[in-house]
Design a protein around this ligand. Structure first.
Ligand code: FAD
Ligand code: NAP
Ligand code: FMN
Length: 553
């Protein structure tokens, strides 16, 4: 297709100057990156190890996707999580490509914690001289002070230990597709150019027992990039009208999608903004919602519709400065509306063709204005039962019921943290797993906030739940939290740990998960008669054995 040039032939420039200016302006207008240089042919067997740190599965999926592309390009590629590789085994590697997210407040994802510790052992950290590496850091600009911290720390540490950075680190905000692709093309080119190929030995990789390279099957055609339109089947309140909270059970049909999930995975939901909020923004900014603008999907829509479906507008609330921008320029400045993740509350064995969620509906007042969480109120208020919304599955391989059905499991899930444990318990019931099950649940009041009461008490009665400890925080003078009940039952808790129990935590990351972690250490110190250092080592060993897994947000 021929393009109309920006600089006409009649303009007072030489042909060369015209060509350069036309190219430059075309590049500026499309705002696209220059086409990547073609990747040279790969010398046979050039090894790559993709090493991922991932909490909720995004970095893991990317690493696996890039690994497959590397294999297709002729690299001898492998992919492992950071919890599957001893740091000292890096010495035997040649090219390591790190993909990691950041969690908590600038922390490593759980599966990277032990690896990171090993890199930081004074006097015994591995020497990485001769190792080629590059880092792709996933993060979220909303965490401005700790943006992509884990990736930054790993990048610096590898350099400090003598490794050779073959491509600059790329830090990604939530829209990571384009920068991640750019990083992948860059590292593939850099490694293809390398002429230092050596025989590749799989024995060089020290993989921890029980874990090896696994590549997920890619049979499903629906994905985050091509979400499945799932029909909402159920929208049911789990809290009663007296509750201060509005927490709901949602069920979606995934019939006809070919999609599969496992207990422990998360569901991504693509929300729409509230039309009232969009109208408030349009009025405050003095913009006409009827004017058509381009959308990130490559279509054109009236501005109002485009804002409902595609753009993050929460940050604009309360900003009443009239905009001097055209509608098209206005949307160009906005971040793309992101899907929200929810821990799945069902086992596919118990509910074939369905996926269930347990969602706290976010509503709060600030500056005398009622704020509504985009996705949670979309599900609760604006998506009628029978309508569809875009969904995808986020695999969480680290968060599964014990693979040995005879091992006990202890689950701590206050509030919506109950979600994956309903799924775990359904899964263990459906598979007739014999291991003992102990659940700690907490909420504000027994009378109004005891989610899934009938199902949980029936399981307790049938013996499927060996123990159910309930911390209703506001039913007495003093706050009662799940970690208090853990400590009250320290002796028994310790005996379960010593029997090989897997320990799981789900729910609030900012306070609950930290307090529960502290309680775990206290129990090991008191009931297990360990010093604080020994308790820390015991917990580190549990993580290494994948007996301590968290799904916190
Ligand atoms: C792996 C994972 C699993 C998750 N699982 C679940 C789950 O099972 N159930 C569940 O309910 N959620 C879960 N979440 C959280 C969920 O993804 C959303 O973040 C949550 O529903 C809020 O999204 P929203 O679009 O409704 O709110 P948003 O529009 O994103 O607004 C939320 C923001 O509002 C602000 N805010 C909220 N409350 C207040 C307040 N009281 N005062 C001031 N500001 C406030 C905060 O800035 C907060 O970040 C999970 C998150 C992750 C990452
Ligand atoms: N930004 C915030 O301030 C804030 C606060 C709460 C929840 N959240 C978020 O709201 C979402 C959903 O909340 P939710 O309904 O699942 O649960 P939740 O609001 O976290 O509450 C569930 C139960 O946990 C208790 N709890 C509070 N602090 C705790 C702690 N440090 N240790 C153990 N238990 C504690 C609560 O008690 P009390 O309420 O009586 O203290 C309540 O009984 C989560 O994403 C969570 O992160 C945010
Ligand atoms: C509870 C929580 C804490 C997070 N903390 C940070 C942070 O401190 N800095 C940052 O850049 N991103 C942070 N993120 C964003 C994640 O790094 C980002 O969503 C990433 O894509 C997740 O990848 P994963 O699924 O592989 O773990 C946080 C996300 C959550 C849910």
């Amino acid at each position: 297709m021929s393009m109309v040039p920006f600089i006409p032939d009649s303009a007072p420039f030489t042909a060369e100057q015209r060509a350069w200016l036309n190219g430059f302006l075309a590049g500026l207008l499309s705002r696209s990156e220059p086409a990547p240089a073609p990747i040279p042919a790969v010398e046979a067997g050039q090894p790559i190890l993709f090493l991922y740190g991932s909490q909720s599965g995004t970095a893991e999926s990317l690493a696996k996707q890039f690994h497959k592309q590397a294999v297709a390009k002729g690299f001898a590629s492998r992919v492992v999580g950071m919890d599957e590789l001893e740091a000292h085994a890096l010495a035997a590697e040649k090219n390591v490509l790190i993909i990691t997210s950041t969690w908590g407040e600038g922390e490593m994802p759980d599966n990277a914690a032990y690896f990171w510790e090993a890199l930081n052992q004074n006097g015994s950290s591995p020497a990485l001289t001769g190792l080629n590496y590059s880092v792709l850091a996933l993060g979220d600009m909303n965490y401005a002070d700790t943006f992509c911290f884990a990736g930054k720390m790993l990048d610096e540490k590898f350099e400090e230990l003598g490794a050779n950075r073959v491509h600059p680190r790329i830090d990604c905000d939530v829209d990571y597709d384009e920068p991640a692709e750019r990083w992948k093309n860059g590292v593939f080119s850099a490694l293809s150019d390398s002429k230092t190929d050596e025989a590749f030995s799989t024995s060089a990789l020290a993989v921890l027992p029980g874990h090896g390279e696994e590549v997920e099957p890619t049979t499903a055609s629906f994905s985050k990039k091509n979400p499945f339109p799932a029909t909402l089947l159920v929208n049911e309140m789990l809290t009663s009208s007296e509750s201060a909270k509005d927490t709901r059970h949602f069920a979606f049909s995934i019939e006809g999608s070919d999609l599969e999930y496992e207990a422990g995975d998360a569901l991504g939901v693509f929300p729409h903004n509230c039309p009232d909020v969009v109208d408030t923004v349009l009025e405050a900014k003095g913009l006409d919602g009827h004017i058509e603008v381009p959308t990130p999907a490559g279509t054109r829509l009236p501005l109002r519709e485009a804002l409902i479906h595609y753009y993050e507008i929460r940050s604009l609330l309360g900003d009443n400065e009239k905009t001097t921008l055209s509608p098209a320029e206005f949307v160009e400045e906005l971040r793309r509306l992101q899907p929200r993740l929810y821990s799945i509350a069902s086992s596919p064995k118990a509910h074939p063709g369905e996926v269930h969620l347990c969602v706290d509906i976010v509503r709060y007042e600030q500056n005398e204005t009622l704020h509504k969480g985009v996705a949670s109120t979309y599900l609760a208020e604006r998506l009628p039962v029978g309508d569809t919304t875009g969904i995808f599955f986020q695999t969480a391989k680290h968060f599964r019921p014990p693979s040995d059905p005879n091992l006990p499991m202890i689950m701590v899930g206050p509030g919506t943290g109950i979600a994956p444990f309903r799924a775990f318990l359904e899964e263990r019931e459906a598979t007739a797993a014999l291991g003992r099950n102990w659940l700690f649940f907490g909420a504000q009041h027994r009378s109004s906030d005891f989610f899934y009461e009938n199902q949980l008490t029936a399981w307790l009665k049938s013996g499927h739940l060996t123990r159910l400890d309930l911390a209703f925080s506001r039913d007495q003078e003093e706050k009662l939290y799940v970690q208090h009940l853990m400590e009250v039952n320290a002796e028994e808790f310790w005996s379960w740990l010593e029997a090989g129990a897997h320990f799981y935590v789900c729910g609030d990351a900012s306070r609950m998960a930290k307090d529960v972690d502290r309680a775990l250490h206290t129990i090991i110190e008191t009931a297990g008669h360990r010093s604080p250092e020994e308790a820390a080592r015991y917990v580190a060993e549990m993580k290494k054995q994948k007996r301590y897994a968290r799904d916190v947000y």
